[in-house]
Design a protein around this ligand. Sequence first.
Ligand SMILES: Nc1ncnc2c1ncn2[C@@H]1O[C@H](COP(=O)(O)OP(=O)(O)OP(=O)(O)O)[C@@H](O)[C@H]1O
Ligand SMILES: [Mg+2]
Length: 352
Amino acid sequence: MNPFKFGTIVEGDFFTDRVAETAQLTQKLNSENHIVLISPRRYGKSSLVQRVLSQTNRPILQLDLQYVLSVDDFAAQLLRTIFKRFPMEKVRHAMSHFRVIPMISSNPVTGAMEVSFQPTANSSVLLEDAMALVDKVTSPDNRLIIVLDEFQEVTKIKKGFDKQLRSLMQHQKNLNYILLGSQESMMEAIFEKKTSPFYHFGQMIRLPKIPYEDFLTYITERLPNKSTQVAEEILGFSACHPYYTQQLSSQVWEMMKYQKINDDVVRKAVDALVSMHDLDYERLWQNLNRTDRFTLKQLVLNRQPLQNRNQATSTSYSSLLRMIKSGLIVRSIHYEVEDPFFRQWISQNILQ
Ligand SMILES: Nc1ncnc2c1ncn2[C@@H]1O[C@H](COP(=O)(O)OP(=O)(O)OP(=O)(O)O)[C@@H](O)[C@H]1O
Ligand SMILES: [Mg+2]
């Protein structure tokens, strides 16, 4: 079996490093503090949190705010996770304070439980009731952990929702929140802007890439020929980005194992992956305006766009911000194209 995995949460043998982060998160969960975990997309936040959670017996509720459509939906999804996690006898008793009784049904096709409310119910009441139920199911000796993924969406669900949620959360005891987000600038605005309701709500942890030495050993051990040189070439291209490193390693492994390619295998694997995504990249490029294309081109040429004489600094700056927001560019030490395969596509197609 291919020992590399990308796209979904990695566990067990697929998971590497994150020793310090695992310890740090575990420690925080043993306190009354909440955790805010930030990184660019696909750095391994969910995998790290699953790892930490797998080592505890505490009850866990998880919601992804990306899939929450409204305040009512948040309340419904929160209730659904509670009903799934706790025995109905316990929950039924704890719901005696509810002002609006939710309807619970089971989807006969998928078997999934669904929670809904009368359409006329007041959203604030639904939210308050659901959050009050959280208080009742958690206890000092069985403290709940609530994970809210893509938390930056909190500001988009409904105007004022963040404020209301924060005011309900601040009175809760005997639980920890883990709030994850991949849109760094939005997460920073939520937790570091003084006027934001979530200002300094929890301890902020920034997840870096996986350290070079650790990734090098991890890849080398798993390659069919255990070649350190091939592993170095992979990391040279992917710059230790967890997802892209695994994706490229996986392709290299297949080409070595099944096609018996050994010469120049990393370059061939990169070419294969770039051409696999050719159509997506072309579409992506076509949807960009000329300023953004220019900015990307500068980055691929290793030039910092803000120092370019052919484009006003303010124009370059807003272009960078726009693409950081959409995830095409990330900023570590300097600005970079997020996807190294897109970077390669640009250099193959545009710079010819
Ligand atoms: N500790 C790790 N060891 C090895 N590979 C990892 C690790 N963490 C992440 N990866 C790689 O990165 C991919 C993305 O991980 P994960 O889904 O946990 O990231 P995320 O930050 O939650 O992503 P998203 O921004 O999409 O929510 C994994 O599928 C895996 O290929
Ligand atoms: Mg995730």
